[in-house]
Design a protein around this ligand. Structure first.
Ligand SMILES: [Fe+2]
Ligand SMILES: [Fe+2]
Length: 170
């Protein structure tokens, strides 16, 4: 049986994954509005991926005989100053999620919940990938500065993303 503290923390993470999905959907809308369709496409897939993360918590809670509690999800921003500031926000958000996954893993260890520890390992690995991918895009945007040609090249690259491939190089 799932401990109350673990159930609460898993539900809180479920809500954060749903917020992540909404944040990236908002970013998809922003990028599309400034005609960066590759970035928009990448963010749409990112939003879908976050929904699958939320569903992993949903299923796990139920598999352990826990209760799913859907809470209020705060509205994400809807506009950004430029592509770099949007991607920097995405990176900050992923770093925040990583911290939360780590705290959740700490709690599972403290409570002696081995199943939850194992369940969370997938997310620990996933966060390494997420941060690396977004950080690479941020660095490329910094590299090109105000060069519009470079921005279109990155847009073209990001437009090639398919589901389950997070790297912009794939
Ligand atoms: Fe996620
Ligand atoms: Fe993520």
């Amino acid at each position: 049986m799932l401990k109350e503290t673990i159930q609460e923390a898993l539900n809180a993470q479920l809500a954060r994954e749903m917020y992540s999905s909404n944040l990236y959907l908002a970013m998809a809308g922003y990028f599309q509005s400034i005609n960066l369709k590759g970035f928009a496409h990448w963010m749409r897939l990112q939003a879908q991926e976050e929904t699958t993360h939320a569903m992993k918590f949903f299923d796990y809670l139920l598999d352990r005989g826990g209760l799913v509690q859907i809470s209020t999800i705060n509205a994400p921003p809807s506009n950004w100053e430029n592509p770099l500031s949007a991607m920097e926000d995405a990176l900050k958000h992923e770093q925040y999620v990583t911290q939360n996954i780590n705290s959740l893993a700490d709690l599972a260890i403290k409570e002696g919940d081995h199943a939850t520890q194992i369940f969370l390992q997938w997310f620990v690995t996933e966060q390494v990938e997420e941060e690396a991918t977004v950080s690479e895009i941020v660095e490329k945007l910094k590299m090109i500065g105000d060069w519009k040609g470079g921005l279109l090249m990155i847009d073209n690259e990001l437009g090639k993303r398919t589901l389950n491939e997070t790297s912009p190089n794939e």
